[in-house]
Design a binder for this molecule. Structure first.
Ligand code: ADP
Length: 166
């Protein structure tokens, strides 16, 4: 059985990787789908996010990574996948994810969304707060893999934000 795990992954966190690892153990194939929405502003380009995820998920031979810049339901139809995995950190995530799953159903009644609860050590991890911490040169060890911590450091150095803090 093939499943897709869509998200922004801007950047990938240990919480995302936990879901990828557990889903890879359940499904025959897992496609990590990086959302590229022109109306959204990302810190990392879709290709940068894909490169990080490919390295991080490299140990799982049944996981592949791709970028999607169209409606996810249309993308899934094209790929012949009807199963979506979404991670849930708490009730707030659940109400948002539940509504989203209803929208997917309205767009394509064949799409099934499965929710995977986070493992307890990852439930506070959120890409947006990690970016904020990294922008202020805070320590993100234990929140993201070392590769992502390095990329965050590089990115903010390039953006000159770390210089502005001085
Ligand atoms: P976020 O900005 O919320 O981290 P993403 O769009 O990158 O967002 O998330 C993709 C999917 O991963 C969503 O289903 C989200 O709920 C899930 N997710 C994000 N962080 C975690 C976490 N720490 N534990 C479990 N699932 C998570």
């Amino acid at each position: 059985m093939k499943a897709a795990f869509p998200g922004s992954f801007d950047p990938p966190t240990l919480g995302h990787l936990n879901i990828i690892q557990r889903a890879a153990g359940i499904f025959d194939e897992l496609l990590v789908v990086i959302a590229e929405n022109r109306q959204k502003k990302y810190l990392f380009s879709a290709e940068e996010r894909a490169a990080m995820l490919r390295q991080l998920a490299g140990e799982h031979s049944n996981v592949s990574v791709c970028v999607c810049d169209i409606l996810i339901v249309d993308f899934l139809r094209k790929e012949g996948i009807n199963l979506l995995i979404r991670g849930v950190r708490g009730m707030e995530d659940f109400s948002y994810e539940f509504e989203l799953s209803m929208v997917y159903k309205a767009l394509d009644s064949g799409i099934e969304t499965l929710f995977m609860t986070t493992d307890p050590e990852y439930f506070v991890l959120r890409s947006s707060s990690i970016k904020e911490i990294a922008a202020f040169k805070g320590n993100v060890t234990g929140m993201v893999p070392p590769l992502v911590a390095e990329e965050l450091e590089k990115k903010y150095r390039l953006l000159g934000i770390t210089t502005l803090q001085k």
